[in-house]
Write a protein that binds this ligand. Structure first.
Ligand code: BV8
Ligand code: ZN
Length: 226
């Protein structure tokens, strides 16, 4: 299974496409999720990520996440997600590969040491200075993959392996616009695997999709997987 932000939409976590709701109306995610933004205005970026951590920690896994977890109990299902939230894990899923990292993994922006930064603030703030590293003069950064950054090797290898060796691939809640993750369904189709897309709307995916289930994750996944 390949999942994107639409997987968490019914949990109340804004997707990137409709990120103009709530706190994010004044932020463009593709502008903030970059090393340039970190270099230019680190404290704004850090505050944004801490607020996103707060939103996710208050969200609950939805019926889609739970159906995926039940499917993993019965069948050999691997989850590859572009999402940086932990809702698949909190629904009980085990084999989850985060090709774009995780909101809750923080590391030093200089030496890369993993850093424990404690819980996020309860209220949104415009700017926040990230804690320092305990090994060098660097600062804590979000453990996510920014635009222009390489994807983590092991999750990416696992993703390619999964989509080329599965019996079928289910793509849920992604606009299919961000590469190289967006190339995974095509890789599956080129391998001759059936690709089923679950998305209430149109997406950037095209001929590689065999069946498009025009529904939401929370509706379609229990029906498809249980
Ligand atoms: C790299 C973590 C290279 C951060 C993210 C021009 C052409 C092609 C590529 C590029 C280009 N210019 C630049 C690039 C590369 C770039 C890219 O693809 N840019 C895009 C904008 C064109 N990619 C990168 O930079 C990647 N790195 O290429 O490195 C390199 C090479 C050599 C050496 C060095 C470097 C890194 C990309 C990773 C960026 N990080 N996330 C954070 O979260 O803050 S991406 C982030 O956005 C998400 O992780 C996700 O991947 C993407 C959002 O997409 P979706 O998940 O699909 O979500 P979206 O909101 O778009 O869509 C939601 C969908 O759900 C919709 O279709 C909607 O209909 C549907 N939906 C809504 N409700 C529901 C639903 N579905 C089901 N149920 C519902 N209820
Ligand atoms: Zn450091």
């Amino acid at each position: 299974m390949l999942t994107g932000a639409g997987m968490s939409a019914e949990s109340g976590v804004p997707t990137f496409r409709d990120a103009q709701t709530g706190l994010w109306e004044r932020y463009d995610p593709t502008a903030l999720a970059t090393p340039e933004a970190w270099a230019h205005d680190r404290d704004t970026v850090w505050a944004w990520y801490r607020w996103r951590e707060h939103l996710v920690s208050r969200a609950q896994p939805n019926a889609g996440h739970l159906a995926v977890s039940r499917a993993q109990d019965r069948r050999d299902v691997t989850v590859v997600t572009q999402n940086v939230d932990d809702l698949h894990e909190r629904a009980g899923s085990r084999r989850v590969h985060h090709v774009h990292g995780s909101l809750f993994a923080h590391r030093c922006d200089t030496c890369g040491a993993p850093l424990d930064v404690g819980p996020p603030p309860d209220d949104p703030v415009d700017r926040l200075t990230p804690p320092g590293c305990d090994r060098c003069d660097g600062r804590a950064r979000p453990g996510v993959v920014w635009f222009g950054e390489m994807l983590p090797h092991d999750p990416w290898e696992a993703a390619v392996d999964a989509v080329t060796s599965a019996a079928a691939v289910l793509v849920v809640g992604t606009s299919g616009l961000v590469h190289p993750a967006a190339s995974l369904p095509g890789l599956a189709a080129d391998t001759g695997l059936p690709v089923v897309e679950v998305n209430p709307g149109p997406s950037g995916l095209g001929p590689e999709v065999s069946v498009h289930v025009r529904s939401t994750a929370g509706e379609a996944l229990p029906a498809l997987l249980d």
